[in-house]
Design a protein around this ligand. Structure first.
Ligand code: HEM
Length: 310
């Protein structure tokens, strides 16, 4: 009898005692059945879908390609991808619409920057050495000819692609409101591209560059107000020794100072301005609602008729 009582007592202690709020006492420990059920479900989930558990996600990068929301997060939470819009209009980025010329111009700018930096390792902007350095690059430096020609052809190509890009923007009417500001930024970029090309032309210090810059800077003589042969120039005291041409050449003839000035404008100042304006240009494309895109084709039945008589 005493044994039976002892066994009863043990069974009673082992049985959970409900205390009204859903939790139970089991062997002196408070147990919440809903919590147990939640943990059991989590364990089951870990077995069935291990990639969705917190442990897995803390070790491996989360895949963002499952739902629309997680794909958006994938773009926004990545330092490089967040520069892109999370969603783009498929028609707006079609090559048949953009011609890809803006992107190609930017790519060429990158090629020019990198090949230009490498060329700087071999080039001295002095009258004695400039042309010799070019010959050295062409004939002795390993891959020097390739490097120089990559820079030269990318420069020619960029002048062309920027103009084609501008032509496309004009044809698609993308210069209109709200993109008029970006069109103006684009005009500055066009001028900077041409200036980069022009200043680079003198650097080999060959006959071609010398005469091109002679002709080009002679045009500056005739600038209104700032040139000594331009309208109102002489009246304002402009002479061959203090006008805009003198400032461009660092003297009154195309010589050592002109070479040094062209080099500094070409390698530091103009690329710096161009890079800055490109950042503004791309930011503005986003701000103006992305690339303009072809207008949506509507069925006649989709056109909402204005309500009359109200
Ligand atoms: C260094 C020169 C330039 C670069 C690297 C550049 C780059 C770009 C890029 C990547 C785009 C996105 C769309 C596309 O690729 O077509 C764009 C759009 C645009 N660009 Fe340029 N661009 C340059 C010069 C110009 C010039 C010269 C103009 C006009 C004077 C211009 C006006 C515009 C406008 C208005 C847009 C918006 C077009 C749209 O929404 O459809 N850009 N540019």
């Amino acid at each position: 009898m005493a044994d039976t009582q002892g066994a009863d007592a043990k069974t009673k202690a082992a049985q959970p005692a409900s205390n009204g709020n859903g939790t139970r006492k089991l062997l002196g420990v408070t147990v919440d059945p809903t919590e147990i059920k939640r943990k059991a479900e989590m364990d089951l989930k870990a077995i069935q879908e291990p990639t969705k558990t917190d442990v897995y996600k803390s070790i491996f990068r989360v895949r963002h390609d499952q739902t629309s929301r997680s794909r958006t997060l994938g773009v926004l939470s990545n330092v490089f991808l967040h520069l892109h819009p999370a969603r783009v209009n498929r028609d707006a980025v079609r090559y048949s619409f953009t011609w890809g010329m803006g992107g190609i111009s930017f790519y060429l700018f990158w090629v020019l920057t990198w090949t230009g930096v490498l060329l700087m390792f071999y080039y001295h902007p002095t009258k004695v050495q400039a042309f010799r350095d070019i010959l050295y690059l062409e004939h002795d430096v390993p891959f020097g000819k390739l490097l120089r020609n990559m820079h030269r052809w990318a420069a020619h190509a960029m002048v062309l692609t920027v103009q084609l890009h501008m032509f496309r923007v004009f044809l698609t009417g993308s210069y209109k409101k709200p993109r008029q500001f970006n069109w103006s930024v684009g005009v500055i970029l066009l001028v900077l591209t041409l200036l980069l090309s022009f200043t680079g032309y003198l650097l080999p210090d060959d006959q071609l560059g010398f005469w091109a810059v002679t002709v080009g800077t002679n045009m500056a003589r005739a600038t209104p107000i700032l040139g000594h042969e331009g309208p109102f120039g002489p009246q304002l005291g402009m002479t061959p020794f203090n006008d805009v041409r003198f400032a461009l050449l660092g003297g009154s003839i195309v010589d050592a100072n002109a070479l040094l000035r062209a080099y500094i404008w070409h390698c530091i100042a103009i690329p710096g301005f161009a890079a800055t304006f490109m950042i503004v240009h791309f930011w503005r494309v986003r701000k103006d609602g992305g690339i303009s895109g072809p207008s949506r084709i509507m069925l006649e039945s989709e056109i909402k008729k204005p309500r009359v008589g109200r």
